[in-house]
Design a protein around this ligand. Sequence first.
Ligand code: DC
Length: 230
Amino acid sequence: MDKLIIAIDGFSSTGKSTLAKLLAKELGYIHIDSGAMYRAITLYAIENGMFSDGKIIESELVPQLHFMDIHFELNTKNGKNEIFLNGENVEEKIRQMEVSSKVSLIAKIAEVRNYAVDLQRKMGEKKGIVMDGRDIGTTVFPNADLKIYLSASAEERAMRRYEELLKTEHPATYDEVFKNISERDLIDSTREISPLRKADDALIVENGNLSPQQTLQKVMKIIKELKNLN
Ligand code: DC
């Protein structure tokens, strides 16, 4: 069977990237974390003083989009496809709370989404890709071979992100993380363009009480069944 395009969507911290990375490794595919692209654009806007009173100055950001170089490179040490912004590896910087608290404002700008979706579609041209995000199954790859919609409660997701941040140089309290996740859930699912929603043909995978390996096994079983059908 030809290589597949696999779309993984869901709310923040449902474990999309973890699952996508494990799946890509198992299948020998490329993993693209589309959220990292919106985060890199947000980092660019922060570093270039494009926020005023907590609001993004769109007229400054939009003309800059096409001059940004955003690409991924595989880090052979940790097996992670890491994001570069204008030649700098920003994989860690983009996970800071400051970026997390502003990224939804950036991700709802039409020009930003068009720019990111174009890049994402180009990355999928050769198939053999696992992409995770919010609108992958609905907008980026509506014809994806497999669409997974990951789901877990806000409390479970906040605890996961909190524990992840504790391991970095930019930790935050559980309450801060929970508040941020709840705010992003609301903005991501109610924004005008490409809001987060389950594609009609996506399969829901509940993983609140599953480990990353158990989630992987569940999805690999689905993929094997799919391959047997073809
Ligand atoms: O997956 P994440 O939390 O790193 O994503 C960061 C933000 O980017 C999130 O608040 C919503 C936005 N996003 C989006 O709008 N569309 C995507 N395909 C991926 C992420």
